[in-house]
Design a binder for this molecule. Structure first.
Ligand SMILES: [Zn+2]
Length: 308
């Protein structure tokens, strides 16, 4: 009798261990990036739309580093990349024009929200104040998506009423529960007019928004064409490292599950971005959380540090 009981316990334990091993193995594997992209975006149409008004194009793209979260397991960022750790940098970007008008792209989080999500992470309060002042001066503000580290600083801004008419969150972003988590309560959302568009939208001369749901329902890419012909593409969190695009390789299924992502949609977007490295080498993808890439772009004069 006793022996039968122990045998049953042993079988149950072995079964549970097997389930854990299988879930871990599947969770750490990644959805394949397909050979051909079905992501519906035509670079020719994007480029044409960017210059369609004939108005002066932006003169530069600037960035402001505000925070950093260290100790993120590398294996959750680029599938199969080993057991190291990586840091996530938090930056705001600013498109600038010759007449001193500006467009902000992506906004960092306020300190309280960031610390709640990444306890003990670095936060530069003085830099955050500069981003808030840039928000007040901006002609327009958009975000790549509705995660807290890209928009909570708007939701919690002391200047929300003052800037509301110039903050253009999309309908999808505002309707997403993630916006609520980032601090956009019903009362705050009611102060903003949702931006509605299909596929492409010319925000300002040289700045085109490209719908790219997948990482979140409200994800969009932001294409920027400068007056000197250089092109940048802010990809939000479609990629967390330039390696996601370069290899191309997704983060693992576990990250897809935790983030409630549409992995197939993201895989097609990564293929599109990867192919552009070859077919449009003059177009530079900007991977916002990849500090090494930003330093490289700053060295090459593609992005200037500090907001106007
Ligand atoms: Zn992010």
């Amino acid at each position: 009798m006793k022996r039968t009981l122990w045998r049953r316990v042993g079988l149950v334990v072995a079964g549970l261990v097997l389930v854990v091993v299988v879930v871990a193995a599947v969770g750490l594997s990644d959805v394949d990036v397909p050979e051909t992209s079905r992501f519906d975006a035509d670079l020719g149409a994007i480029r044409a739309l960017a210059v369609s008004t004939g108005a002066p194009l932006p003169t530069g793209l600037r960035s402001q580093h505000v925070g950093r979260a260290s100790g993120v397991p590398q294996a959750l960022v680029v599938a199969g990349s080993g057991f190291g750790e990586v840091a996530f940098d938090f930056n705001a970007y600013q498109v600038v024009y010759a007449d001193a008008r500006t467009v902000l792209v992506d906004f960092v989080s306020d300190e309280e929200t960031q610390q709640a999500q990444f306890p003990g992470s670095e936060f530069d309060a003085a830099a955050y104040s500069r981003v808030q002042e840039a928000l007040r001066r901006a002609d327009a503000t958009v975000v790549t998506h509705e995660h807290f580290d890209h928009c909570a600083g708007i939701a919690h801004s002391a200047y929300l009423d003052e800037v509301a008419s110039k903050v253009h969150l999309t309908d999808e972003q505002l309707r997403s529960p993630l916006a609520q988590e980032a601090g956009f309560t019903a009362e705050r959302r009611a102060r903003l007019a949702p931006l509605q568009y299909e596929r492409l939208h010319l925000l300002r001369p040289g700045v085109v928004l490209i719908k790219a749901p997948g990482h979140t329902p409200g994800t969009q890419l932001v294409y920027v064409r400068l007056v000197d012909g250089r092109e940048l593409l802010l990809v939000g969190d479609v990629a967390w490292r330039q390696d996601n695009i370069r290899l191309p390789r997704m983060h693992p299924r576990l990250t897809n599950w935790l983030g409630d992502e549409d992995a197939q949609a993201m895989a097609h977007q990564l293929r599109w971005l990867h192919d552009l490295l070859r077919t449009a080498p003059e177009l530079h993808p900007v991977v916002t959380h990849d500090g090494a890439q930003l330093q490289d772009y700053q060295r090459r004069g593609l992005i200037q540090e500090g907001l106007l």
